[in-house]
Ligand binder design. Structure first.
Ligand code: SAH
Length: 393
């Protein structure tokens, strides 16, 4: 087996079971992309088995900290079975047929994301290790998860950092997957797994959509960054008086309209607006419009710490405008999925926005990703979604 040797003193993060080995910690390593390496500290002690990523700054990702555990088909089957058993036991599994089945590092398979949309799975292979074991993983998934087809969406930007080309298409089976029907807490949605954003639907927001649904009765609702209408339709189902949904993507709005039509709800209460949210919020402010519940779920403005300054400005801008648009007693459900923006920073940005808006406001609830997106405690990088429910006095 090829070997990766750490520089003296660079084994600390591995001792805490963090799965990433950065290039700066590596004394020497050799092998082909995705190959399993034996990881040793500078004294020669074996610490782990890891997948080699020669092109990436994250030079290796740990499969196991047990030097006696072999990395073979049985290993992958075992990890996949565990991850699926965890999902089967979740309360949400009784209310939806769309769940994240594998959440990368936090499920012990670095770089692998798999979402289930009823009988179709969507897989993303985002690192050299899982890329090398792709066939083994696909075989295991087909057998254990039971599905009609697996669509591959290995088109995320991070693949470039691994020196991997994008790959999109059916990996197993073949059927029309441009509108996969799913049910989420009794609501019907169609998921475009072929062309939709990420794997097609934002499963991480599932429980937060239910929260918004529970808060929406009788309210005038504005859903900013609506995508395919997840929050808008949940709010309508919760008895909203009216819903305005703002989204810039035409294909997303097309699916949103189909989603609305797929539910026995009064569609005349919803208006879908194709617009830039930043510009639209200003227009609404100038028109002196008022809302009782505003949702802001923007795309990640700061994927990494490098973009935090501009991201902070953008978050402050939209939250300030939203707080101005809220009637007294109104609620703001505001989110950030930026890995580079911590929960503390996000809260201080929203506090700054409230101060500048001259609005007294308080936090009623905090939001995170749903439980099918677990975060391994040794891997805090896995936590990205944070949100606040803010009441304007
Ligand atoms: N809340 C949604 C997910 C939102 S994802 C759900 O629960 O399903 C973020 C969305 O913001 C994407 O659909 C993207 O197309 C849209 N978007 C990005 N920038 C935008 C902008 N400036 N104005 C309006 N929409 C934007």
């Amino acid at each position: 087996m090829n070997v990766l040797v750490l520089k003296p003193g660079r084994e600390k993060s591995l001792k805490r079971r963090h799965p990433w080995i950065f290039s700066g910690a590596v004394e020497k390593a050799g092998g082909t992309p995705g190959e399993t390496l034996e990881v040793r500290d500078s004294s020669g002690k074996v610490l782990a088995h890891a997948a080699y990523s020669p092109k990436s700054q994250i030079r290796a990702r740990v499969w196991t900290f047990d030097p006696g555990e072999a990395i073979d088909a049985g290993f992958f089957r075992n990890r996949i079975e565990k991850a699926l058993a965890l999902r089967d036991a979740l309360p949400a599994a009784k209310h939806t047929n769309a769940l994240r089945l594998l959440n990368g590092e936090s499920d012990g398979l670095p770089g692998l994301v798999v979402d289930r949309y009823a009988d179709v799975l969507v897989a993303q292979f985002l690192a050299a290790g899982v890329e090398r074991w792709r066939d083994t993983i696909l075989d295991s998934l087909t057998e254990i998860a039971g599905c009609e087809a697996i669509f591959e969406r290995s088109d995320a930007e991070v693949r470039k950092l691994e020196g991997l080309e994008p790959r999109v298409g059916f990996a197993r089976g073949n059927r029309n997957a441009a509108r996969c029907p799913i049910i989420e807490y009794g609501l019907n949605f169609r998921v475009d797994v072929e062309q939709g954003q990420k794997t097609g639907f934002f499963l991480d927001q599932r429980e937060n959509r239910q929260r918004v649904r529970a808060l929406a009765a009788g309210r005038e609702v504005l859903d900013g960054f609506s995508y395919t209408g997840g929050f808008a339709i949940s709010a309508l189902a919760g008895g909203a008086k009216r819903v305005t949904a703002v989204e810039s993507s035409a294909p997303a709005l097309e699916v949103a309209k189909e989603n609305l039509a797929a539910n026995p709800l009064d569609a005349s209460k919803v208006e879908f607006v194709q617009a830039d949210v930043f510009a639209r919020l200003r227009t609404l402010r100038d028109q002196n419009a008022k809302y009782d519940l505003i949702i802001l779920d923007p795309p990640k403005f700061a994927p990494t710490a490098a973009q935090v300054k501009n991201a902070a400005r953008a978050y402050k801008d939209i939250n300030l405008l939203a707080l101005k648009l809220l009637a007294p007693g109104g609620l703001l459900a505001t989110f950030s999925c930026s890995g580079g923006v911590s929960a503390e920073l996000f809260q201080s940005i929203v506090a700054g926005a409230a101060a500048d808006a001259g609005a007294g406001a308080k936090i009623l609830e905090r939001f995170g990703a749903a439980a099918d997106h677990p975060v391994a405690l040794e891997f805090p990088e896995g936590e990205y979604l944070k949100g606040l429910l803010v009441l304007k006095r």
